[in-house]
Design a protein around this ligand. Structure first.
Ligand code: Z2T
Length: 806
């Protein structure tokens, strides 16, 4: 410990340039972070050296998003230094928790997809599998959410403002990324070749981040790219009379990595977004070839060294990019290049929503990346030739399968390109993978037997159990000993404890402790609190109509109606605190109206003395990974209520179950697998099944018929429409109400009655404390399957074929 104190003070004095007595919290945090990263350095250098020596095959995970969460706690956990650091800091009069709270989380992702990437790289490091994560170092991550009069207002997330001690810039390893211009053909040794004459370019500067394995001596690398203007820009500034214009041009280049696009699963076809995608993918592929492979490497053998995993379609432009590198730059013959490329990519799809499937207009893509468009055309021509060979001139099929869509605008279907190029295509939960094959890409499934597989998502137990829930972790370790954190199926051994009175008592104490901890956090950040004796009912996830936060609201309004109408006495309802956490994409109007309504209902319900404090609605702003780590361990009830067939997997659902919350959920995404594992008795299932949803759409869904025929629903919607939550103003939630009554794309009204009935069952179950505790323990014991270590094992065995290295 003395060693640690010496190192820490050295960093504070010599690195940060301040004396302990004059240092700020931020000084102390930065010095501590740098001290901790020193302890990881030998492992990192060792990992990189051994990687270079063995030249083992590794994963290059390509993802536009990494929702990492705070780094300090995880680095301490990985090194096993937490206790020493805590004691050492205490001797200096510093509280470790205060320094941990100083860290601004890198929010370089929107939601599930970005957090999944972060879990996956954690698991690969812990499993000693070679992996480099590639992505973008956004200067601004996901916006910071505030509320004004109950409405969402976005603030820029200036996460780098106070310094980021975890990153290592490497300007000497910069890559040039080109854009625009034109292509030309030329003759060389009697063959016609193509080349790209770019119009402009930017520099990509890599920033390395450590990805420490859990106490295993390995540290992998996350490499995020930052855009800066090339020297050409500087020259223009130097030479041009118009200095201001030249500086503006420089700013233009640096815009590329400026900000994360805040849309979760409904991308806008913005040119800057395509620039971002090509920017990081091109830099990454070149980086791998230039810096990871030895200088004399024969790229024919590239598939023996790397698999580029495409995290959704965002990095798919990497396919034509690798083809361009091989054919135009490295002189490969087209067919040989295509054989290599097909083996080097695999594609994970994360959605089924048609509006979320990325397409780029040929016009835009051709202007920004003219050579890539030519390459895509040729890939498509040869692919369609193969289709013709198999199926004859089935024009309808050809049109359906073409990578180029003709309507409503000529455009490139990125999912099709990924499917044609990928060695494997996977969905993220059983149902999702099934629907992907049957509904979204059936022609491709028929054409490529065996290409489509499922890998159910997972979450890292290091962050979401050990770090987020130390009390539960201690209880588990007391029962099972060590080892479960890297072998999560061992949670099964907890099953007998579901009948053990002493264990149950301790388990309840853990939940109560986590609720009080959350309450303190909420008091501090928002001045709200959670009551000890309330059922804590939590819905935290991005705001999306398909996720149906509105259905949750209809439940709350119905409970409120039961009280205010006198139907039930407040004393007779099970007291609940509802917590929402959700960001809406800034341009998604309906989502923002729903946020407004949640806040409006909260204001009225929380202030109404008739409720006698038995219902409470909290909506802490700016839900993020840091808040998730406090909310999830405190929850009793996990809301997973998407319309069946719409949530690809969900990963929050897994985190809640692993932390001993019971789920109320639809038959959707990974909910299905959770329910199969925990058993029907320990899961509150409700709602239409996916085929029933399809059938209802087909016969013509009339939401108002549900409104007409269900009194509770009628009353709840009328309360909203009448202005109960808007000071009597009927106009405020008019759009939302009409949308429910006359469109209701995601069938909230059709599932209302089933949901209310299931919630009444929840109340009954919660009153039986013993039964509830048993169910909660069984949720923990039976969901070890959802460790991202297991997901990674599946990818390794079935897609990547990258064995552990050492
Ligand atoms: C995203 O977070 C997800 C899907 C997307 O489709 C895009 C984004 Cl940003 C293009 C989510 C899914 O909605 C969720 O069901 C899933 O669990 C998660 O990805 C990880 O696979």
């Amino acid at each position: 410990m003395d060693g640690f104190i010496r190192e820490f003070l050295r960093e504070l004095n010599f690195g940060q340039g301040v004396a302990l007595s004059f240092s700020s919290i931020n000084d102390q945090y930065l010095a501590l972070a740098r001290t901790v990263r020193h302890y990881l350095m030998a492992r990192w250098l060792g990992t990189l050296r051994r990687q270079f020596e063995t030249q083992a095959k590794g994963v290059a995970y390509l993802s536009a998003e990494y929702l990492l969460g705070r780094q300090l706690g995880n680095a301490l956990l990985a090194t096993g230094l937490t206790d020493i650091v805590e004691e050492g800091l205490a001797k200096c009069g510093i509280d470790l928790a205060t320094l941990r709270a100083q860290e601004v989380e890198p929010g370089l992702g929107n939601g599930g997809l970005g957090r999944l990437a972060a879990c996956f790289i954690d698991s690969l490091a812990t499993m000693s599998v070679p992996c480099v994560g590639y992505g973008i170092r956004y200067e601004y991550g996901i916006f910071r959410q505030t509320f004004e009069d109950g409405r969402q207002v976005e603030q820029p997330d200036n996460w780098l403002a106070l310094g980021s001690p975890w990153e290592f810039p490497h300007p000497e390893a910069a890559q040039i990324v080109n854009f625009a211009g034109h292509t030309e053909t030329y003759e060389e040794d009697g063959t016609v070749r193509s080349r790209w004459i770019p119009g402009w370019s930017v520099q990509a500067i890599p920033y390395n981040y450590m990805v420490p394995g859990y106490q295993n001596g390995r540290v992998n690398t996350l490499r995020l790219w930052s855009a800066v203007a090339t020297n050409a820009f500087d020259l223009r500034i130097f030479n041009s009379g118009d200095y201001a214009e030249a500086v503006r041009a420089q700013t233009f280049a640096e815009n590329i990595s400026k900000v994360l696009y805040p849309e979760d699963s409904t991308p806008q076809g913005k040119e800057l977004r395509l620039q971002q995608q090509y920017f990081f993918v091109s830099a990454s592929i070149h980086d791998f070839i230039d810096n990871v492979l030895p200088a004399d490497f024969d790229l024919t053998h590239l598939p023996d060294r790397v698999i580029f995993q495409l995290n959704d379609t965002h990095p798919v432009i990497g396919v034509p990019e690798l083809m361009r590198v091989l054919v135009d730059e490295k002189d490969f013959d087209w067919d040989d290049a295509w054989e290599i490329t097909k083996k080097c990519f695999a594609y994970t799809c994360h959605t089924l929503l048609p509006e979320a499937l990325e397409v780029w207009s040929v016009d835009l893509l051709g202007r920004l990346l003219p050579r890539h468009l030519e390459i895509i055309y040729r890939i498509n021509d040869e692919f369609l030739d193969e289709v013709r060979e198999r199926f004859g001139d089935d024009e309808l099929r050809i049109r359906r399968m073409s990578i180029i869509a003709e309507h409503p605008e000529r455009s490139v279907r990125m999912a099709y390109l990924a499917t044609v190029a990928g060695s494997k295509v996977n969905g993220v939960a059983e149902l999702h993978s099934q629907l992907l094959r049957d509904k979204v890409l059936p022609d491709f499934d028929e054409f490529y037997p065996g290409k489509f597989i499922n890998v159910t998502n997972g979450v890292t137990p290091r962050r979401f159990i050990r770090l987020a829930n130390p009390a539960l972790s201690e209880l588990i370790t007391d029962a099972l000993g060590v080892g479960w954190l890297t072998d999560l199926e061992r949670l099964r051994e907890l099953e007998p404890y579901a009948e053990d009175e002493e264990f149950k008592e301790r388990f309840r104490a853990v939940k109560a402790h986590n609720k009080r901890r959350l309450s303190r956090v909420l008091v501090d950040r928002d001045g709200t609190s959670v009551d000890d004796d309330h059922l804590l009912d939590v819905m935290v996830k991005r705001l999306h109509e398909y996720k149906r936060q509105t259905l949750k609201l209809l439940h709350i309004v119905t409970l409120y109606d039961r009280i205010t109408s006198g139907e039930v006495k407040p004393a007779d309802i099970v007291p609940r605190t509802f917590i929402f956490g959700a960001k809406a994409a800034p341009g998604y109007r309906m989502a923002k109206e729903i946020i407004h309504l949640i806040n409006a209902v909260g204001s009225v319900v929380n202030a109404d003395p008739a409720v006698e404090g038995r219902l409470k609605v909290l909506f802490p702003p700016n839900y993020n990974v840091t808040l998730a780590e406090k909310v999830i361990p405190a929850a009793d009830l996990s809301e997973q209520i998407s319309l069946a067939g719409k949530e690809a997997s969900g990963t929050g659902n897994m985190k809640f179950a692993l932390n001993g919350a019971l789920t109320i959920g639809t038959d959707d995404g990974a909910n299905i697998e959770i329910r199969e594992l925990v058993g029907d008795d320990n899961f509150f299932l409700f709602g239409l099944l996916e085929p029933e949803v399809e059938a209802l759409y087909a016969k013509g869904y009339v939401p108002s018929s549900f409104y007409e025929s269900d009194e509770g629903l009628h009353r709840a919607i009328d309360m909203i429409a009448r202005g109960t939550f808007s000071g009597g103003d009927r106009g405020v939630f008019d759009g939302l109400v009409s949308n429910l009554l006359y469109d209701d794309r995601f069938m909230a009204l059709a599932d209302y009655r089933a949901y209310i009935d299931a919630q009444d069952e929840v109340d009954k179950a919660y009153l039986d404390e013993d039964r509830w505790t048993r169910s909660a323990i069984l949720n923990v014991a039976r969901t070890g399957f959802f460790s991202s270590d297991r997901s990674m094992r599946n990818y390794i065995d079935r897609i990547w074929h990258t064995p552990p290295s050492f």
